[in-house]
Design a protein around this ligand. Structure first.
Ligand code: HEM
Length: 256
């Protein structure tokens, strides 16, 4: 009875934190839209500077908000079946990937049209590396966790790498957004940025909201009390695998 009330309290706290993360995630997308809409003339696909604005909006939406929500699926939808969660996780990532490709195409297409050099900045080097790793991570995740022919033992070996790279890419994406925001500010309001230009304040606030979103998602993900329990079937499978390979106990294995 007491265990149930402690569990209920944990889940209640999780709900509040997830709600907070959604407010921050949505706020980051809205602030990006307002910043580029109000101060940089809005969005278009016409090889004018307005086409550039599609890039940050898509990157914040795809690489941060949708990516974060795809990771959170395993903590928020606790009563869904394992396959439903895996499919949802993959589908949200796929939507994020499509949005990211549009965002990247916007800036490459504009640079090529305007004969601006590609990939000269630290931001673009980090950005391209992240996108390549994101595609790899998605394909590997699909192959290991959704492809029916892969054995449980292989999944167990790959699982920690998937979790590490998933979280690392999420954090790096936020860092890359911060370098992109700084680059835009230093080129558009170079002379007034240090005088607390309202655009600078809005973009700085956007950066902080992105960091807070990342911290909150990271916190929710890494707390052990919100990780999903191992199902009895997986426990049996992991027992079989661990006994065969190491003679160890499966109790430390989590749901994959
Ligand atoms: C995870 C998110 C992001 C990724 C992966 C990313 C990736 C990239 C890549 C690969 C380029 C090179 C395009 C080319 O060379 O033609 C680029 C350019 C650019 N991005 Fe991003 N970007 C991200 C977010 C942002 C954000 C949020 C902003 C600004 C608010 C931004 C601003 C810029 C600017 C100003 C350029 C052109 C100058 C340059 O090449 O550095 N980016 N981005």
């Amino acid at each position: 009875m007491e265990t149930n009330s402690v569990e209920g309290c944990h889940i209640g706290r999780l709900r509040w934190l997830v709600a907070g993360s959604q407010i921050l995630g949505l706020a980051s997308v809205i602030m990006t839209g307002v910043w580029l809409g109000h101060y940089h003339g809005g969005f278009a696909w016409d090889r004018t500077p307005h086409q550039f604005n599609v890039h940050p909006l898509c990157m914040v939406l795809g690489m941060v908000f949708l990516y974060g929500d795809a990771i959170l699926v395993y903590r928020t939808l606790r009563n869904e079946g394992k396959t439903t969660l895996k499919v949802l996780h993959a589908v949200i990532h796929l939507i994020a990937l499509v949005v990211v490709i549009v965002g990247i195409a916007a800036v490459f297409d504009l640079h090529i049209a305007k004969k601006v050099p590609n990939l000269y900045s630290l931001h673009s080097w980090c950005g391209l590396s992240i996108i390549i790793l994101f595609c790899l991570q998605w394909v590997m995740g699909l192959a290991f966790f959704l492809f029916p022919g892969v054995t449980y033992s292989l999944r167990t070996i790959y699982y920690p790498y998937h979790v590490f790279f998933g979280l690392a890419l999420f954090i790096l994406s936020i860092g890359t957004c911060l370098t992109g925001i700084t680059e835009v500010l230093l080129t558009s309001i170079r002379d007034t940025y240090s005088k607390f230009d309202p655009q600078g304040i809005l973009a700085n606030a956007l950066g902080l909201v992105l960091v807070c979103f990342g911290l909150l998602v990271g916190y929710i993900l890494t707390r052990s009390e919100w990780k999903l329990p191992v199902s009895s079937e997986e426990e049996a499978l992991s027992l079989h695998f661990k006994t065969l390979t190491e003679g160890g106990s499966p109790s430390s294995l989590r749901r994959q």
